[in-house]
Design a protein around this ligand. Structure first.
Ligand code: SF4
Length: 244
């Protein structure tokens, strides 16, 4: 299909949603929000615990965006914000328009992303109040986790846009000892701190939903205290998220 025609169609059809969580206190730290799941992700991370969201297909019974827009005004006073996650919500061509619609209703906006689509991310940033930005690994080693060549370049370009935007954000890395040893994590932390990241979280691998049996079989536990202390020293704010 002609690329221009394809993009035009993408921008006209209804957003492809995978689900809605009406109330969450943990998807944007400190804020009460609903969470809108966008269907689709171009990456295939070994540790993904939502692989059913990788396909660009709305599952049966998924909400329609128009329904959510009609429902949001009934949530005033109960939630403050709408968080978009996925998959990678940047896969959705209509995301900038959706963010503007949420703001027009008086809600704040947030995004969880790995930054797979820097051009669309640049369009979204002026419409965002907060970003949870996934950092998979050293940018040169991304493909070992995502399975996609050049994914680290896209992530790096998106992180640069985020840093330049002034939008509040947290960087977070999912940790599994098979994928990142202590030295790799410290190198990554040094890179991020040098770039200007101030808020960083380490999220312990969650086996639930993951299809990679090598990762699932290996018990993960917690990173050692010395590593955690070294990570914490590199950022103004450091969070360890244990597996739920
Ligand atoms: S970027 Fe997120 S949704 Fe996409 S494959 Fe990786 S972990 Fe799964």
């Amino acid at each position: 299909m002609d690329q221009a025609l394809h993009l035009h169609d993408e921008a006209r059809r209804p957003p492809r949603l995978a689900g809605l969580v009406p109330f969450s206190g943990c998807d944007w730290p400190g804020e009460l929000a609903c969470v809108v799941f966008i269907a689709g992700c171009p990456w295939r991370c070994r540790y993904c615990h939502n692989p059913e969201l990788q396909q660009r297909v709305a599952p049966p019974g998924a909400p329609q965006w128009d329904e959510i827009l009609g429902w949001l005004p009934t949530r005033r006073g109960l939630i403050d914000a709408v968080v978009f996650c996925g998959g990678d919500p940047l896969v959705e061509a209509r995301l900038p328009e959706m963010l503007a619609q949420v703001r027009a209703l008086g809600f704040k906006t947030a995004l969880h992303t790995g930054g797979a689509y820097p051009v669309r991310f640049a369009q979204c940033l002026p419409l965002l109040d907060w970003v949870g930005f996934d950092i998979k690994h050293d940018f040169a080693d991304y493909a070992g986790i995502t399975g996609v060549l050049n994914s680290g370049e896209a992530a790096r370009r998106s992180l640069d846009l985020l840093l330049a935007s002034g939008v509040a954000f947290e960087c977070r890395t999912t940790w599994h000892p098979i994928l990142q040893d202590n030295a790799a994590l410290l190198r990554l932390a040094d890179t991020l701190a040098t770039l200007g990241v101030r808020d960083y979280a380490l999220q312990c691998f969650r086996p639930t939903g993951c299809h990679d049996q090598e990762l699932v079989r290996q018990p993960v536990g917690l990173p050692d205290a010395q590593l955690l202390s070294a990570l914490a020293q590199r950022f103004d704010h450091f969070t360890l998220r244990e597996a739920a």
